[in-house]
Ligand binder design. Structure first.
Ligand code: NI
Ligand code: MN
Length: 239
């Protein structure tokens, strides 16, 4: 299908660092310093070309402003979240909305629906409107497509995401409480039609009870499904 290699490192929770076929460095939902799942030696993010934010909850943008100020990546997020980050000193924002696609450095990023809230907690304890939670379909230089669902409940239009974008791999939350549990994530896999999934957003806190084993069990009817259960800090090469 596709030539070249993409490397993907799970930094724990919903945070992923990727290196594209052409060597572009991406980070999705950067939360490292306060992330109890992120290995100590990976908390210092070295360099970033493209930074994607699915929504404004602290466990997704906890280090976004700091990393963006330091490394000056291109920052993608929904309009209101980009506006908020801009006021915090973040440059080079690509403010967009669901259904849109941007091309950045040869990589295409499509913002898709997620079913989740998006209030931003300010330092003074107030919550400001941050738009809505979203997911992304990232298409790399070689045509490989990765779907990061963000935080989300199950929704029927995952079927459309599957049909329209045909992701090669899905990163799905399974922790329960704030997102899908393994039961809903298994249903999501049927809608998406993907055969490879990396579970995320589980185990970070005791309340996030979903496990990859439970996902395997719930999705055992899906022929050829590969549940890739990473350890935080682990790197794999794709495809
Ligand atoms: Ni959230
Ligand atoms: Mn979250």
């Amino acid at each position: 299908m596709s030539q070249g290699t993409i490397s993907l490192t799970w930094l724990g929770h919903a945070t992923f660092a990727l290196r594209s076929v052409a060597g572009k460095r991406l980070i999705i939902d950067p939360w490292v310093m306060g992330n109890p799942a992120c290995p100590q030696e990976l908390k210092q993010v070295e360099g970033v070309d493209i930074l994607l934010c699915t929504h404004g909850h602290f466990d997704h943008i906890g280090d976004a402003v700091e990393i963006a100020r330091r490394h000056k990546p291109k920052v993608v997020g929904i309009f209101e979240l980009c506006h908020w980050m801009g006021r915090k000193g973040v440059e080079n924002t690509f403010a967009m909305n669901k259904g849109g696609t941007v091309e950045i450095d040869g990589i295409s990023v499509t913002m898709v629906h997620a079913d989740h809230s998006c209030g931003i907690l300010e330092d003074d304890g107030s919550i400001v409107y941050g738009g809505e939670g979203v997911g992304y379909v990232v298409r790399f230089e070689n045509g490989f497509k990765l779907y990061h669902a963000g935080d989300t409940a199950l929704f029927g239009d995952m079927k459309l995401i599957g049909e329209l974008y045909r992701p090669d791999i899905a990163l799905l939350p399974i922790g329960d409480l704030y997102t899908m549990s393994p039961r809903e994530a298994a249903y999501a896999l049927r809608l998406l039609g993907v055969k490879r999934v990396i579970p995320m957003h589980f185990g970070t806190f005791p309340a996030l009870t979903g496990t990859p084993e439970a996902l395997r069990e719930a999705a055992s009817d899906i022929e050829g499904l590969e549940v890739i259960a990473l350890r935080p800090g682990q790197t794999i090469n794709l495809p």
